[in-house]
Write a protein that binds this ligand. Structure first.
Ligand code: TXA
Ligand code: MG
Length: 339
């Protein structure tokens, strides 16, 4: 199907991807159309082995080649690198630009698919543009319904959040999107790396990584950090996503309470986060309140995704007015505990 220019959704260790032949302009056009993705936002190309980097990237620059070589131990794994693009890759993949993001996923189904197809596969996360990334095959199906592509079901994704994106083409090695390959791991390799700051709003940042729009990863239900709200003003059906068994706001009866990890372990929080956001987004809640963690290591990637969720463009109806005093009676319905 991939060789015939069709799309195939497949599991990776991070999230499910919506794959198409990276050398086929019409396959790439199908990806953008199905996702409703802006043509200005480039895709990540997936390859099966280190040897294949030279099929998709121009490695004539020795500094870039050396940087790439230093990262070999991270593959297969949740790391994407931005490199100069080779001519044979359609510029639709790179949104017209002359660089290309590439990674070798470590999920056995993804690797088997890449080897069998024997082509580079461009694959963004398999969700409509701007919505939460899918971490199960069912999430992919729910996102696209009757328009869903062929889906390879490889179970739930182990990492649960998208790959770290690192640019090797800038003056300094630069982290464009935090992920499971952390800044500390990269600094062990390179000494010091630059990190694109966390506000995601400046024009410079959008140019650096066009896909890093603030509205990414947002459920339709408004999402707020627990630390940003005045609990006395909460009313309606409130969902809560907590990072550990510590239960926040004991005075509030949540309509849904999801615990991502018994012990607050970052790997478990990342693994379960998107499924929890999707599950609570289906419950017709007035808002979802979420926990926070320290902004280091994998925690930085978790907080990055949550900051985007809390500023998402899908927050069209803010049904909670935090400025008004809370009503004297509670309107909470029976709790629906989702674990
Ligand atoms: O974990 C992942 O990376 C998943 C799985 C399927 O591999 N894919 C994924 O793709 O998250 P997507 O398209 O949802 O996110 C790709 C990110 C976007 O932020 C995009 O702007 C950035 O990578 N990107 C892609 N090509 C780029 C380039 N040439 N320069 C800078 N950023 C680039
Ligand atoms: Mg995405």
């Amino acid at each position: 199907m991939l060789r015939a220019g069709e799309l195939v959704a497949f599991p990776t260790e991070t999230v499910y991807g919506l794959g198409g032949d990276a050398t086929n302009t019409s396959a790439i056009a199908k990806i953008f159309a199905l996702k409703g993705r802006p043509a200005s936002n480039p895709l990540i190309v997936h390859i099966a082995s280190i040897a294949s980097f030279s099929n998709v990237a121009d490695l004539s620059n020795s500094t870039i080649r050396d940087r790439l070589e230093a990262l070999h131990p991270f593959w297969p794994g949740p790391l994407s690198v931005v490199l100069p693009k080779k001519q044979n890759i359609t510029s639709a993949v790179s949104a017209g630009g002359d660089t290309i993001a590439v990674r070798i996923p470590r999920h056995p189904v993804a690797l088997a698919l890449l080897k069998a197809a024997a082509i580079p596969i461009a694959a963004p996360s398999a969700n409509p543009s701007g919505y939460v990334s899918p971490t199960t095959a069912v999430h992919v199906y729910e996102s696209f319904g009757s328009a869903a592509p062929f889906i390879l079901d490889g179970g739930a994704c182990e990492v649960g959040i998208e790959s770290t994106v690192v640019s090797l083409v800038d003056a300094e090695v630069t982290v464009l999107r935090p992920g499971a390959i952390t800044v500390a791991m990269l600094e062990k390799v390179f000494g010091k790396v630059a990190v694109v700051s966390k506000s995601f709003t400046s024009e410079k940042e959008l140019l650096l990584s066009p896909g890093q729009l603030a509205s990414h990863y947002a459920p339709r239900t408004p999402v707020y950090f627990l630390s940003d709200i005045d609990p006395t003003t909460l009313r309606g059906r409130i969902g809560c996503i907590s990072f550990s068994t510590f239960r926040p706001l004991p005075e509030i009866e949540f309509a849904a309470l999801t615990t991502l990890s018994d012990s607050g372990k970052h790997t478990e929080i990342a693994e379960n986060l998107f499924a929890a956001l999707r599950a609570q987004d289906k419950l017709d809640l007035d808002c979802i309140v979420v926990d926070a963690c320290e902004d280091i290591g994998l925690g930085a990637a978790i907080m990055d995704r949550l900051r985007r969720a809390t500023t998402g463009r899908f927050q069209h109806t803010n049904r909670i007015d935090f400025k008004k005093p809370s009503p004297s009676h509670s309107t909470f319905s029976d709790p629906d505990i989702v674990k």
